[in-house]
Design a protein around this ligand. Structure first.
Ligand code: COA
Length: 142
């Protein structure tokens, strides 16, 4: 397996993989081709893909401000799970963030997603039951 930076040429394969992994994403909002292209331009190393025989089998989207780093849209092809693909992606994503002097790595996980919760625990992440996520959105698509 090889972890590589993704470019906008990988966009269709990325959305296909998110769909295959049944990961909710926003094709008309922040995951649109235009939005992803802009994000990639601003932070070229923040979209990481795991490749097996040149096939995209996993991906993660990194984001950060000057305080914290976030791991978003992590997904692995169902046919390639339990082989450490996600683990390798997270290790690389954390490396990318450390280069920006980020020392806090975070992920938002839906309550029902026991697999993802177990995965992040296994990667050393601590669950915060005392925090509730609030957001304010300009529309449902964003
Ligand atoms: C969560 C997900 C990314 C894990 O991908 P993966 O490549 O299979 O994970 P890894 O092989 O790197 O697993 C590393 C460790 O996580 C834990 N883990 C992974 N899948 C697990 C599961 N189904 N149940 C319990 N623990 C699990 C295990 O401890 C595993 O270590 P082990 O194989 O030595 O037991 C994958 O299941 C997925 O794409 N799910 C759908 C999309 C999703 O929910 N993404 C997360 C959004 S927050």
């Amino acid at each position: 397996m090889e972890i590589r930076k993704l470019t906008i040429d990988n966009y269709e394969k990325m959305t296909k993989l998110w769909s295959k992994a049944r990961l909710p994403f926003r094709p008309s909002g922040r995951d649109s081709r235009e939005a992803v292209a802009a994000e990639m331009k601003a932070n070229p190393g923040f979209f990481l893909g795991a490749f097996e025989d040149d096939q995209l089998v996993g991906l993660v989207v990194v984001s950060c401000d000057l305080r914290k780093g976030w791991l978003n849209r992590l997904a692995v092809d169902p046919g390639y799970r339990h082989r450490g693909v996600a683990k390798n992606l997270i290790v690389e994503a954390e490396k990318t963030l450390r280069k920006r002097d980020i020392k806090i790595f975070c992920a938002l996980i839906e309550e029902y997603n026991d697999t993802s919760k177990e995965f992040f625990k296994r990667c050393g992440y601590v669950e915060h039951r005392d925090i509730i996520y609030f957001s304010k959105r300009e529309s449902d698509e964003v």
